[in-house]
Design a protein around this ligand. Structure first.
Ligand code: ADP
Ligand code: MG
Length: 296
């Protein structure tokens, strides 16, 4: 039977927008010594703004066409990137194209066909994976945008790179404070993201996270949690919002989902932060310590 203190505790936490789905996770939260965070939508607001666009001068695409094609793919995606691009297409009143054979290559990007021609949008890694060459001119722009901390996407039609688009996200106002508090509790902090190394380091530095793992695929997020649990004998909390975070959230000793995130992340979480307020993570740990002391 669940001790009364836990039941009462769960009820109290829900008043603060912290939904605890099982008593076991509240019991585990007091022993956490490692906290791993996803980046986009977890440490950042996931509310990206288009900041730069670069069109391949050797191709005849224009800005509106670039947004039209990317948005046609993105209308099938739940990623925060998708919200930004489809909103822009709506603002510009663009007519989206019909996509056949749509594929979400999770952690890399999207792919489909328009009138029989393959179109792709995603990270540089997607194009390595799909064996499409990126010329030096485009590569230099990609490096320039990512060094400034921007999530940068490449669009190709057929085998030709048509252009790139750089999106900027805002770090949540309580991210740094949350990390500071965790570190003061001797909890080791990690950020793990599918985004590129430069953008990842930029965010990690700003919020004070010590360990950064970037350019990972979704199964590698899971593998990292398992490795820290087994090799380092750590008790891990994982905080995320995306489809790609769900396996890691399930595996963690305490899985935390951001309430504004995808349904699958919320289903996988032991704890859901309804208000998307990151500092609730610290609240949950402190509360767990209090409740468990009362039980012992
Ligand atoms: P994160 O771990 O930061 O949430 P993801 O693993 O979801 O990131 O994605 C990693 C990278 O894959 C993104 O930075 C982007 O380059 C690419 N990507 C993922 N989803 C999409 C999408 N819907 N459209 C374009 N690119 C995407
Ligand atoms: Mg995310």
């Amino acid at each position: 039977a669940t001790p009364t203190a836990i039941t009462v505790g769960i009820g109290r936490m829900s008043e603060y927008g912290i939904l605890i789905k099982n008593g076991e996770s509240l019991q585990n939260a007091c022993n956490i010594d490692t906290a791993i965070f996803d980046k986009t939508g977890t440490l950042t607001e996931g509310n990206l703004k288009i900041e730069d666009v670069y069109l391949n001068p050797n191709s005849n695409i224009d800005y509106e066409e670039l947004i039209t094609i990317i948005s046609s793919l993105e209308k099938n995606s739940t990623h925060p990137i998708a919200k930004t691009i489809t909103k822009k297409a709506k603002e510009l009143n663009l007519n989206l194209k019909n996509i056949d054979n749509f594929e979400n290559i999770v952690g890399l990007g999207l792919k489909g066909t328009i009138n029989g021609e393959i179109v792709r949008v995603g990270s540089k890694k997607l194009f390595t994976y799909e064996k499409i060459a990126i010329n030096e001119d485009i590569l230099n722009k990609y490096l320039e945008f990512t060094s400034n901390g921007k999530t940068t996407l490449i669009l190709s039609i057929g085998d030709e790179i048509k252009g790139i688009i750089a999106l900027m996200d805002k770090i949540k106002s309580d991210s740094k404070n949350t990390i500071d508090l965790l570190k003061s509790m001797n909890i080791e902090t990690y950020m793990i993201t599918g985004d590129n190394e430069k953008t990842a380091e930029n965010v990690a530095r700003t919020v004070g996270i010590d360990n950064v793992v970037s350019e990972v695929l979704p199964n590698e997020k899971l593998d990292k949690v398992i490795a820290i649990q087994n090799n380092d004998q750590k008790k891990v909390m994982f905080v995320g919002d995306g489809i790609n975070d769900a396996p890691a959230i399930s595996q963690a000793d305490v899985g935390v989902a951001i309430g504004s995130g995808t349904d699958i992340a919320m289903e996988s979480g032991d704890i859901v932060l309804i208000k998307g307020n990151l500092q609730s993570v610290v609240g949950a740990i402190q509360f767990s310590k209090k409740v468990m002391k009362r039980i012992k």
